[in-house]
Design a protein. Structure first.
Length: 297
């Protein structure tokens, strides 16, 4: 059973602002390692140029070239390694950019799915009001620096708005037709808290979560989050490790624990739905009180 109440999702409670910026694909196309990224051609539903053995064994590949050179349609790019940057290389080494890069700020989340459309890579950043001034200033610095170094319109700020979420981002670029929301619910007896996965990694020990408890926003890792699931923790831990090992990388994971229930929401591609369903079915065989809901986004 899924319990529905008058609530806000963790992302709506934590984030107030978002920004979309784009970079010419050619600036980074030679720097993405094939074993670290997935390229997905949306209009043909095929993978492009993977260096990942698990996919090569199970999926038909259209190309063996891992560079981003697709001009027609849209592809999304997702890093499988949190150390891979999808920004111009000199951004991380330029001394004029004092302080942390945008994506490493505590109250900022950069969506792991980066969309290529028309020769540009589009990034979505979500952040709190507290980070608004810094993010805006850093985007302006990037705009000036990248365009000065690489030519006019190499970097473009597409918009800074109130929070709308990644589904709106996907829809804007035509990627919304293949996503589903999977919601898992289980009994809970603990403190109220909310969490949203901050980064993307195949290794759960590298995952970070932006958490909200009371009015305090903090960063927690997987080992700090999983005990909150009480007696279900081991099953959830094993299930999530298995799906990540299979390269079933979700677009996001959110946890909402309040009252007497905990709800976990995952946004995944429709073709990933069956493996996630199977993992939840295994858990429900042990704990039938675990609820599940799946809907097309």
């Amino acid at each position: 059973m899924i319990q529905h109440t008058d609530f806000k999702h963790p992302r709506e409670r934590i984030f107030s602002k978002e920004a979309i910026f784009s970079i010419k694909s050619m600036l980074i196309s030679n720097r993405i390692e094939p074993a670290m990224s997935i390229f997905y051609l949306t209009n043909e539903r095929e993978y492009l140029g993977l260096g990942v053995a698990e996919y090569r064994e199970s999926k038909r590949l259209k190309k063996e070239n891992h560079k981003i050179q697709v001009s027609a349609g849209s592809i999304w790019v997702r890093s499988l390694d949190e150390n891979v940057d999808l920004l111009p290389k000199d951004y991380y080494k330029n001394q004029r950019f004092k302080g942390k890069p945008i994506e490493y700020l505590k109250e900022v989340r950069m969506c792991p799915a980066v969309i290529q459309n028309g020769g540009r890579l589009y990034h979505l950043i979500q952040y709190t009001l507290r980070e608004n001034e810094f993010v805006t200033r850093r985007l302006m610095e990037l705009n000036f620096h990248v365009n000065s170094e690489h030519g006019r319109d190499s970097f473009r700020i597409e918009g800074i708005t109130d929070f709308k979420g990644e589904i709106s981002f996907f829809k804007e670029f035509g990627l919304d037709d293949s996503r589903v929301l999977i919601e898992i619910s289980f009994p809970y007896d603990g403190v109220q808290f909310y969490a949203i996965q901050k980064n993307s990694s195949r290794n759960v020990t590298n995952l970070q979560f932006i958490t909200l408890m009371g009015d305090e926003i903090t960063i927690a890792d997987w080992d700090m989050i999983i005990p909150s699931m009480d007696k279900y923790a081991l099953e959830f831990d094993n299930a999530y490790r298995r799906v990540l090992d299979s390269l079933l990388i979700p677009d996001g994971l959110e946890i909402r624990c309040e009252g007497d229930r905990c709800n976990i929401e995952l946004i995944v591609e429709n073709r990933f739905k069956a493996p996630f369903e199977e993992e939840i079915r295994k858990m429900r065989e042990i704990y039938p009180e675990i609820g599940m809901r799946i809907e097309r986004i």
